[in-house]
Design a binder for this molecule. Structure first.
Ligand code: AMP
Ligand code: GLY
Length: 454
């Protein structure tokens, strides 16, 4: 398998104008893109794709209050998504943001119609949809991950836990909106987690099986690559902030902020992740007759002591909010890479070029998230002068007459570029302070990016 290791510096920063768009002849933009989803990730993908010299229009289904050209089709309404794309035929490239439509088989449905879609098939998306599948897959492919056991019986799981003398993590098998993972300090908590998932069925059918695995410690990083079923081209490294409160306290969320690059992913680690994780995934998927085409996301834990990478999870899609800083740093034309991946031509593509800058994204959430929160709060300050290095990506927002109002837990991803991490952090927070939700009902972490300063 061809790997695109010339882009290894994208783990850190890279500057070169050799391959910038101006190097290529001008073309008449004639393609349309349909981005499926409604989050900050989708806004950022659409924003970047709209800059392509090939693209004349980007549509969003369903999109949010910050995206224009919303087509009013839900992300899981596969028949209507197919009908919409069909009117443009081969001139339409479909990019899938979230896991839900992937696990429902959106890529399979588009492929049956001969339409162009970037995202894994339902079978390949199992890497994210089932943690049992992912762990057994890693075991078979020799990909480093925490030692584990799988149970479909609560009693047997509890017997196993009582026999362990190390900290454990208990994970519901299926999709649980990022909440089905319980990191435990002791056996008592792990036994309780089994009850929550398997007896009280807090995550429904997603908890009919569980993974119990060793708890690892170290620093986490997100490693995402574009795959065409055979070749991978890594994106810049990034790091998420999963907990809702400063200093990684409180419950897990979808992500409260991110930055890129992640200094923990140095060149040595970058090469290890490519050769020990990403390439084996693509090889094993291909061997199984379910090639992986789409964004492949590995959640990595860098072991505190050994500094070796271990996979905590796979996602069959771009990260959110990791996407926002990654898109801000991407110099190359994203459309050209996705288009090449759809055709299986990644091998012939040059390495992706990255801005030699740092990007930091601070998520502004509704007060109460990830628990319950109110919607429909007016957002003020969106028209402020944020300066050229700031983008305010929308997530849980919608339009109500002339207002933009909240419509979800994670509301905005305020993303800034800086010459270094300090500058990017300062710029992002200066912009955050200009925005107000309702009667000061916004919540955001105040320590996004601080880890990268250490
Ligand atoms: P996952 O959805 O599997 O990535 O888990 C969500 C979060 O739980 C991860 O980002 C980690 O912070 C934590 N986590 C998952 N598995 C482990 C593990 N084996 N050891 C320590 N923390 C973990
Ligand atoms: N930010 C983590 C994720 O996208 O799953």
């Amino acid at each position: 398998m061809q790997r695109t290791l010339k882009s290894s510096c994208c783990a850190g920063k890279q500057s070169s104008n050799l391959l910038s768009s101006s190097f290529y002849p001008a073309v008449t933009p004639e393609k349309v893109v349909l981005v499926i989803g409604s989050g900050g990730r989708e806004h950022a993908l659409g924003w970047k794709l709209a800059q392509s010299r090939h693209v004349k229009k980007v549509y969003f289904a369903p999109g949010n209050g910050g995206t224009s050209e919303n087509v009013g089709i839900k992300q899981n309404d596969i028949d209507r998504l197919v009908s919409f794309a069909k009117q443009f035929g081969q001139d339409c490239l479909v990019v899938v943001g979230p896991e839900e439509p992937l696990s429902l088989g959106v890529a399979d449905a588009f492929a049956r119609e001969g339409l162009r879609i970037f995202g894994p098939t339902k079978d390949a998306a199992m890497l994210e949809a089932s943690k049992v599948f992912a762990k057994e897959f890693m075991h078979k492919a020799g990909i480093p991950t925490a030692p584990f056991a799988v149970f479909s019986d609560a009693g047997k799981a509890k017997d196993y836990i009582r026999g362990q003398d190390r900290p454990l993590v208990v994970k519901a098998d299926g999709l649980a909106a990022g909440k089905g993972v319980i990191v435990c300090d002791n056996a008592e908590q792990a036994l309780q987690a089994v009850d929550e998932i398997m007896v009280k069925k807090e995550f429904g059918a997603a908890g009919s099986k569980i993974v119990v695995e060793e708890r690892l410690s170290g620093e986490e990083a997100s490693f995402i690559a574009i795959c065409d079923g055979q070749t991978i081209i890594p994106l810049a490294s990034s790091q998420d902030h999963k907990r809702v409160f400063d200093e990684d306290r409180g419950p897990n969320t979808g992500g409260m902020g991110a930055y890129s690059p992640a200094p923990v992913v140095d060149d040595k680690l970058y090469h290890k992740i490519v050769s020990q994780v990403m390439e084996p995934v693509v090889r094993e998927m291909r061997n199984r007759g379910t090639p992986f085409k789409g964004f492949l996301y590995a959640g990595i834990m860098v072991d505190e002591k050994t500094k070796e990478p271990y996979v905590l999870e796979f996602n069959a899609r771009m990260g959110d909010p990791e996407c926002q800083p990654i898109m801000m740093r991407m110099e190359s034309d994203l459309y050209e890479y996705i288009d090449a991946a759809v055709d299986g031509r990644l091998k012939s593509m040059p390495p992706i070029q990255w801005k030699d800058r740092t990007a930091v994204c601070v998520v502004i959430a509704s007060k109460g998230y990830p628990g319950s929160y109110e919607k429909g709060k007016v957002i003020q300050g969106l028209g402020s002068d944020f300066g050229p290095d700031v983008m305010v990506f929308h997530a849980g927002t919608t339009r109500n007459n002339n207002d933009v109002v909240t419509n979800g837990g994670r509301v905005l991803g305020v993303t800034a570029l800086g010459d270094d991490t300090r500058q990017a952090i300062d710029r992002a927070y200066q912009a955050v302070k200009k925005i107000k939700i309702g009667n000061d009902e916004q919540h955001y972490r105040t320590d996004i990016g601080r880890r990268a300063l250490r």
